[in-house]
Ligand binder design. Structure first.
Ligand SMILES: Nc1ncnc2c1ncn2[C@@H]1O[C@H](COP(=O)(O)OP(=O)(O)OP(=O)(O)O)[C@@H](O)[C@H]1O
Ligand SMILES: [Mg+2]
Length: 252
């Protein structure tokens, strides 16, 4: 197994409340890992710690980068993203007034810290066009590539968000409820798409989902949080049968 990300006794308190309680996990590049747990378990807080949106009150986070394991806890979100950890937000991370292609151009260049460049220059950059177009093809948005995002269907927007998260070729991408708001067919389609993208990119996928069918369809490994602590960790089938997991969900 090759570890892409690890946390050691990661902790976050809000006053008296321990939202993330000494979580130590290693995420392997060979697996799709899902992070699940009842409402308020600490999943979003955990993601916020990983991405630098929140500072831990204890422990640390290390990302496997080109220079080996690098401590990312305490760094700024943009620095963490440039080191190779990206995230798709449940709340959208796309520019409504820009086309799909332009969104991907902007996402792509943020990798090289060039994101303050004017769009007119980006549009004249052939290499950037090719890279953005490759992402468009990966998520099957060819038909709407020039459309401004505010005109897209909900499903197509989700695909743009996924493409934006992958545009920087991150080591690891965190997907926060990637199928939220989709109907059953749309959900099945996105599950297939994500699983294909996982095969066709070097990026390791980590997913948070409330839809258990999606969790079981996509994941090789499931980590269950309850009241900030890991209560189960293993293959989906094993986690599904774990008494502590059943109790944690029934208790809510
Ligand atoms: N900024 C904050 N200030 C105070 N308490 C917070 C803050 N953010 C989260 N919490 C609390 O921390 C706990 C964990 O919340 P978190 O949002 O991480 O849970 P979650 O697992 O993402 O839940 P959900 O499934 O509902 O999205 C909750 O009790 C929440 O009220
Ligand atoms: Mg949450």
């Amino acid at each position: 197994m090759s570890t892409v990300l690890r946390t050691e006794d990661l902790r976050r308190e809000f006053g008296e409340l321990v939202a993330v309680n000494d979580v130590s996990v290693e995420i392997s590049s060979d697996e799709i890992t899902s992070l699940i747990g009842p409402n308020g378990a600490g999943k979003t807080t955990f993601y916020n710690l990983l991405t630098g949106v929140l500072e831990p009150t204890g422990g640390q986070i290390q990302l496997n980068t080109a220079d080996g394991f690098t401590t990312i806890s305490g760094r700024e979100p943009n620095e963490i993203s440039q080191l190779g950890l990206s995230r798709s937000y449940q709340v959208t991370n796309i520019f409504e007034g820009l086309s799909v292609l332009d969104n991907l151009r902007v996402a792509r260049i943020s990798k090289h810290n060039r994101s303050m460049e004017p769009l007119t220059r980006m549009r004249g950059d052939d290499e950037l066009y090719e890279q953005a177009w490759e992402m468009v093809e990966l998520v099957e948005l060819e038909d709407v590539a020039e459309e401004v995002c505010e005109n897209l269907s909900h499903g197509d927007r989700r695909k743009v968000e996924i493409a934006v998260a992958l545009a920087t070729d991150p080591q690891i991408a965190l997907f926060d409820e990637p199928t939220a708001g989709m109907n059953p067919q749309g959900t099945d389609y996105l599950v297939d798409l994500l699983s294909g993208l996982n095969e066709n990119t070097e990026t390791t996928f980590m997913i948070t989902e409330h839809d258990m069918d999606v969790v079981f369809a996509l994941s090789d490994r499931v980590i269950v949080l309850d009241q900030g602590a890991v209560i189960a960790d293993g293959p989906p089938q094993k986690v599904r049968e774990d008494d502590r997991v059943t109790r944690a969900y029934l208790g809510k």
